[in-house]
Write a protein that binds this ligand. Structure first.
Ligand code: ADP
Length: 555
């Protein structure tokens, strides 16, 4: 029997139409750094997105599913690109501006980007790459910044340069958006390459639409039109966790930091613009916390903070709670759009001793994400909160393959996808009977000591809860007797005099860490090396250790 329901495709143009009319007065506020933020209503964003689509189609001749890249911070123009490009049928390709230049070149080439939208402040990054970007024909510049380097480089590389505002000026403020197949490509994002070459994940209109609805559920971020979300997580990093799409569905205002991601401007924008919600990786919040403790500000409006991208240290959660900014922990990946789990404690735990423990987990799987755990021998493990295995997921916003650079069969590497099509996350953890995920490590970071696993994350969290420790990263190093043992690399707070014995005793104290898991190799470092998206880059530490570049103390 066929259903009798209307078959209306789930398209980004529908999210745009909804947001720019029903929530037309909601605003995108972009920080400018000169005291006066820039404000644009959702109605204006809608009109300008239509103008941008006309310009791309009529002046730059973007057709079909061609890729239009962005090399931009979080700002109003980037939101316009987010809606214009997929709505017209082209594919939005957000470039991660923190990647090494040679990777950006590789990615642009792989995606065959023909146009790139760039912020003026990022011209110093783009201009030297132009001679190497073979597929590129047009650069469209928006926002402040000296253009001269670009003009010279573009002339040599035979690329045409346009001003965003000039290009869209006078274009019609509405567009007859095509009725696309909801399964068509809408946007693409390359994984940041913590492991191996970048891999292209291609989102569909349908996957983005469904994911946005999930983001909006009360059990997820649950924001409504009275809220303002400070979107610190970059638009070039997994669609800013789906926030630009989700907010256009609900009328939540967006506060965009542009390039001002340092603790001082973030503290200033929280105080003056009074966002009610904010989203970013732990590294950003560690920096902000230090700033707020050094110079207290009125952050009373900000009551909900979503943290993900790497594990939220308990000490950070406690410190934020104490400032009235309640942390909600979430887990996801580029391949999962990214929302995979979110840690809202179940009703029975709220207000009890169990609540904090629930909040520290990576969270509960929503209805759209199916999960299973696979043991080292490929066996299915129970959801008993104890059996640790690799997490595999599937669902309508989970990747089933990677883009292979052509229209031929996409890539399905066996280490990333199971034979029956589930995504192998590379994350190791347990699942409780009520569906809460606790990650103990990444498969490649877990320390295999004498046939047992030691969680590097657990050691790091315990170290970071010591008052003298600013940051700590733990990596596996080869050991003759045990196979592998943990190496603790510690960043001490300024003026701290803590020695390694003190830190080890602290780890052993109050049953924090079992004795056999305590590191015997220690070193102090100036800062933990970070990846392009602010995660601990443990491969750098492992390499430094192997090359003898670290000054190791054995205790
Ligand atoms: P990359 O794998 O290149 O770093 P992603 O940004 O897609 O790129 O990162 C996804 C990974 O980040 C996950 O597989 C997981 O290891 C880690 N991660 C994300 N959120 C969390 C979290 N809340 N706790 C622990 N790890 C997390």
């Amino acid at each position: 029997m066929l259903s009798t329901m209307q078959d209306v495709p789930l398209l980004i143009s529908r999210i745009l139409a909804h947001g720019s009319t029903i929530h037309g007065t909601s605003q995108v506020t972009t920080w400018t750094g000169d005291g006066e933020p820039h404000r644009r209503s959702y109605a204006e964003i809608g009109a300008r997105a239509a103008q941008l689509a006309h310009a791309l189609r009529e002046d730059l001749e973007v057709s079909g599913d061609e890729r239009v890249a962005t090399l931009m911070w979080n700002n109003a123009e980037h939101v316009e690109a987010y809606f214009a490009i997929p709505s017209m049928g082209a594919v939005l390709h957000t470039l991660n501006l923190r990647l090494p230049p040679e990777q950006i070149v590789w990615i642009v080439d792989h995606a065959a980007d023909r146009v790139v939208l760039v912020n003026g402040s990022l011209i110093p990054l783009l201009a030297p790459l132009l001679p190497h970007l073979k597929s590129l024909e047009h650069v469209v510049v928006s926002g402040a910044g000296d253009r001269s380097a670009l003009t010279d480089a573009a002339a040599r590389a035979q690329v045409r340069v346009h001003e965003y505002e000039d290009l869209i000026a006078g274009k019609p403020t509405s567009y007859d958006w095509p009725e696309l197949d909801e399964r068509a490509a809408a946007a693409m994002c390359y994984t940041s390459g913590t492991t191996g070459d970048p891999k292209g994940v291609v989102y569909s209109h349908r996957s983005i639409y469904l994911h946005s609805m999930q983001v909006n559920m009360a059990q997820s971020m649950g924001l409504t039109d009275g809220d303002t979300s400070l979107v610190v997580v970059p638009q070039f990093h997994v669609n800013a966790w789906g926030l630009p799409h989700a907010t256009f569905m609900t009328g939540v205002n967006m506060l965009m930091p542009d390039r001002f991601l340092q603790p001082v401007p973030l503290a200033e924008m929280i105080e003056s613009e009074r966002p009610t919600h904010a989203a970013a990786v732990p590294t950003i919040w560690q920096g902000l916390l230090a700033e707020l403790l050094a110079k207290p500000r009125d952050v009373s409006a900000l009551t909900q903070v979503t943290i993900g991208g790497s594990a939220c240290p308990p000490s950070l959660m406690e410190a934020f709670d104490a400032l009235g900014m309640r942390v909600c922990h979430a887990w996801g990946m580029t391949e999962t759009s990214p929302l995979g789990t979110i840690a809202r404690p179940p009703a029975h735990a709220v207000g009890t001793d169990e609540e904090f423990a629930y909040r520290l987990t990576q969270g509960r799987f929503p209805a759209g994400v199916e999960a299973r755990l696979t043991g080292p021998g490929g066996e299915r493990l129970p959801w008993d909160g104890e059996s640790a295995g690799e997490l595999e997921v599937r669902g309508p916003w989970i990747a089933g393959a990677y883009y292979n650079g052509t229209d031929a069969e996409p890539l399905r590497p066996v280490d990333k996808f199971s034979e029956d099509g589930w995504l192998k996350t590379g994350d190791v953890g347990t699942i409780s009977p009520d569906g809460f995920l606790t990650l103990t490590d990444r498969a490649k970071d877990v320390i295999k000591s004498g046939g047992e696993w030691i969680s590097s994350v657990e050691l790091e969290n315990a170290l970071m809860s010591h008052p003298d420790v600013a940051e700590a990263a733990v990596v596996a190093v080869p050991d003759e007797k045990w196979g592998e043992r943990p190496l603790a690399t510690v960043v001490l707070k300024e003026g701290s005099t803590a020695d390694f014995d003190t830190l080890r005793d602290f780890l052993a104290g109050e049953g924090r860490i079992a004795k056999w898991q305590l590191p015997e190799r220690w070193t102090v470092i100036e800062s933990v090396p970070k990846t392009s998206v602010g995660k601990f880059d443990k491969k750098v530490l492992r390499r430094q250790y192997a090359e003898g570049a670290l000054d190791i103390t054995r205790i």
